[in-house]
Design a protein around this ligand. Structure first.
Ligand code: SAM
Ligand code: SF4
Length: 444
């Protein structure tokens, strides 16, 4: 019997992808994954540090890990990821049951640190690297439909509110050849979708190829493979990239294009390097060039000095951009960032009210956008049973919309046509019309 490791993951898709790298490293070191904390020899928590409330949730959960360690003193407890990087020594001092603290660029050291921890040595490895890409590690993927493939690690943008450049280090890209190799492998294993990941995929550069080059090459590996990517910084959204997305039917018509605020004054304070006008022109160009494109965004409300007028400009931008969805956050001050030195002067109740106004407006826009699909037949990749009813399946459109429909003999991984009958702001509902027959051409 191999030793058992348990891992929980918090935060963004990049963290989910990192967990698959950790699983691979640990598997090679002789550990099998368990889904139960109560049977773990090693218990790891892969953390997020982007907002204070994410960190608080993780600290709370670490209490359960501590509880488990009291009943099983031999278990090795490790904190990984962005929070490990950010609060390192504090964490070591305040949480004395934690044996390991390992940042995002040091996962190769895990097996050695675990062995040392079993001999009673607490370990800390938080060096950030300018080159670590885990290029040679084949991630241990836990499902077989959709694969995350990191292409850029770190971030050089230094938005003034954001801790990521400090927890994940400087930007570095994998080579195109290496990414293509991984895409071919997942296609041959029967995956139906890949998502190319980076804090800003648009700035991908491997000394020869830019992101549009990579995206086109990835899409040409297998025309039946859906290609997604995130996140796109508006400043680096080139005409070449827009044309590339439009040029291939298997590159999904969906772009996550965070705007953060509709006020030029706040955008400047955030160091986002574009104005609202520039951003809306970009949205116009994207909508004109890519048919049936779906857009989503991130918004931060209550950034220091944000006035009612700034907030109204954000509401106006939401109306003008007509997003299909938005992820909305209250500003959370983060140590080390430039905005940390600004006074967090928007009161909590004002942040809450502005947030709910943003959510209300966006919900109406999403509903309106979803309703335009009623009566149409959309192509859906079947993902599995719907959460609410075992009689229904769910899947996503190429534009990343969730569709729920009665089961009708189809299987996970099938492409089917679903005629949309009704919609709410988050989900489309319909019935299956026919199976899609996709071309399947793997380029050797
Ligand atoms: N790189 C991506 C980008 O540029 O949008 C995503 C980075 S971050 C993990 C995801 C989102 O969290 C950001 O787009 C931003 O809206 C939000 N965020 C980052 N720092 C924040 C902070 N200090 N307070 C509130 N929200 C924050
Ligand atoms: Fe953070 Fe800005 Fe980089 Fe996104 S682009 S990870 S928000 S610094």
């Amino acid at each position: 019997m191999g030793r058992k490791m348990y891992i929980e993951t918090y935060g963004c898709q990049m963290n989910m992808a990192d967990t698959e790298i950790v699983l691979s490293i640990m598997h090679d070191a002789g550990f099998d994954r368990t889904d139960f904390l109560s049977s773990a020899d090693v218990a790891l928590i892969n953390t997020c540090a982007v907002r204070e409330n994410a960190e608080q949730r993780i600290i709370g959960r670490l209490g359960d890990f501590n509880h488990y360690k009291k009943s099983n003193p031999n278990v090795v407890i490790g904190v990984l990821g962005c929070m490990a990087e950010r609060v390192r020594r504090d964490l070591m001092e305040s949480e004395d049951f934690v044996d390991l603290i390992v940042g995002p660029d040091e996962y190769r050291k895990l097996p050695t640190l675990i062995e040392a921890a079993r001999d009673g040595e607490r370990g800390i490895a938080v060096r950030l690297s300018r080159i670590e890409n885990y290029d040679d590690i084949i991630p241990l993927r836990t499902q077989g439909l959709s694969a995350w493939i990191p292409i850029v690690r770190g971030c050089d943008k230094f938005c003034t509110y954001c801790v990521v450049p400090f927890t994940r280090g400087r930007e570095r890209s994998r080579s195109q050849a290496n990414v293509l190799q991984e895409v071919k492998e997942v296609a041959q294993r029967g995956f139906k979708e890949v998502t190319l990941l980076g804090q800003n995929v648009n700035s991908y550069w491997d000394d020869t190829n830019d992101f549009p080059d990579l995206l086109a090459a990835v899409a040409d590996v297998d025309q039946s493979l859906r290609i997604r990517f995130m996140t796109s910084h508006p400043q680096d959204m080139s005409d070449k990239l827009i044309a590339t997305i439009a040029s291939r039917s298997n590159i999904c018509s969906y772009i996550h294009l965070p705007v953060q605020s509709g006020s030029d004054r706040i955008l400047e304070l955030m160091n986002r390097t574009y104005t609202a006008d520039h951003y809306l022109n970009l949205v116009r160009k994207i909508k004109e060039t890519i048919s049936e494109i779906s857009l989503s965004t991130d918004i931060i409300t209550g950034f220091p000095t944000e006035t009612e007028d700034d907030h109204k400009q954000t509401l106006g931008l939401l109306q003008a951009a007509e997003y299909d969805g938005a992820y909305t956050f209250k500003y959370s001050p983060r140590e080390n960032t430039k905005a940390w030195s600004m006074i967090d002067d928007v009161p909590e109740e004002v942040k809450n009210r502005r947030l709910s106004e943003i959510i209300d407006i966006q919900r109406n826009i999403s509903l309106y956008r979803n309703r335009t699909l009623v009566g149409q037949t959309v192509e859906v990749l079947v993902e599995g049973p719907s959460k609410k009813s075992a009689a229904d399946f769910c899947g996503r459109t190429d534009s990343n919309k969730m569709v729920v429909f009665p089961r009708n003999g189809d299987a996970v991984g099938d492409y089917i046509g679903v005629r949309i009958e009704r919609a709410n702001s988050a989900t489309l509902f319909g019935t299956q019309e026919h199976a899609f027959h996709q071309p399947h051409a793997i380029i050797p």
